[in-house]
Design a protein around this ligand. Structure first.
Ligand code: PEP
Ligand code: MN
Length: 293
């Protein structure tokens, strides 16, 4: 390990990789995140209506996603934008789970909403704008659900792990880290996907790491390529935005895939996943040359 990383991160003892705890699994029903299977979480940026959500849930399940994403409480940059359906959105997510068997990940923005969201969600998402909302992180310590912790758009990896440590110290070790792109001087993409974050985090921490190519790219054309990159660097899964009619989406339409684009992407990823899997298989022992006489 790079000695610099070791010095930088070893203080966060509950999330740091150690010989005794090289990696941890986050279990959601039958789904294991961080255990070698690549887990895809997909769905709309925001829950907009019953038909939008149920159609999307069916389409992403058919294409191989295991978890449905969708915001009911939306952290919008503008106060004039759609703010989400709130509890009604949570009810629709629960209905989609019942109809498809998909687990649910949805965002929580305030410690006041933790209890109600934990009643409906299988995974509690902390968005980029909330990564250092310490009151929220502490409240998630007792929520009884795994936490998907997104990297702040201006946060270092050390700061991301510091926030993870806060959740763990508050009593919840079930944490998934998410690289979703950071602010840089580059404007061609919405954010800059820090692809090296994945192997660095997987080296210094035992927590599972997933990639959100949608908020990194900002445009749908780049999403499949960034997803391939995520597979190749060893991510444990993806968080991807998918919408039945991206041009009419209430939020993040430009970066949302259509159903057919999502399915094509899932097929495209398969050979990369197979290669990755092969690469991590234990190598067969070489037979000793000579043999029996
Ligand atoms: C989202 O997942 O829709 C979202 C708001 O993401 P982020 O917090 O990464 O911007
Ligand atoms: Mn979004």
């Amino acid at each position: 390990m790079n000695p610099k990383w070791n010095g930088q991160f070893s203080c966060f003892d509950l999330v740091a990789k150690t010989p005794d705890c090289p990696r941890s699994l986050v279990q959601v029903g039958e789904i294991e995140i961080g255990g070698g299977n690549f887990v895809v979480m997909a769905g709309p940026c925001a829950v907009e209506s019953e038909s939008q959500l149920l159609q999307t849930a069916e389409a992403v399940a058919y294409a191989g996603a295991q978890i449905l994403r969708g915001g009911a409480y939306k952290p919008r940059s503008s106060p004039y934008s759609f703010q989400g359906l709130g509890v009604e959105g949570l009810r629709l997510l629960a209905k989609a789970r019942q109809e498809t068997g998909l687990a649910i990940v949805t965002e929580v923005m305030s410690e006041e909403d933790v209890d109600i969201i934990a009643e409906y969600a299988d995974i509690m998402q902390v968005g980029t704008r909330s990564m250092e909302n310490f009151a929220l992180l502490e409240a998630l310590g007792g929520c009884g659900r795994p936490v998907l912790l997104k990297r702040g758009m201006t946060a270092t990896l050390e700061e991301l792990l510091r926030s993870a440590q806060v959740v763990a110290m508050a009593g919840n070790p079930q944490i998934i880290l998410c690289e979703r792109g950071i602010r840089t001087f580059e404007t061609a993409t919405r954010n800059t996907l820090d692809i090296a974050a994945v192997p660095v985090l997987k080296t210094v921490s035992h927590l599972p790491v997933i990639v959100d190519p949608s908020h990194a790219a900002g445009v749908r054309a780049l999403v499949p390529t960034l997803s391939r990159a995520a597979v190749v660097v060893g991510a444990d899964g993806l968080l991807v935005e998918v919408h039945p009619h991206p041009e009419a989406a209430f939020s993040d339409g430009d970066q949302s895939l259509t159903f057919s684009e999502f399915r094509a992407m899932m097929l495209d990823l398969q050979p990369y996943l197979d290669l990755q899997h092969e690469h991590h298989q234990p190598r067969p022992q070489l037979l000793a040359v000579g043999g029996a006489d």
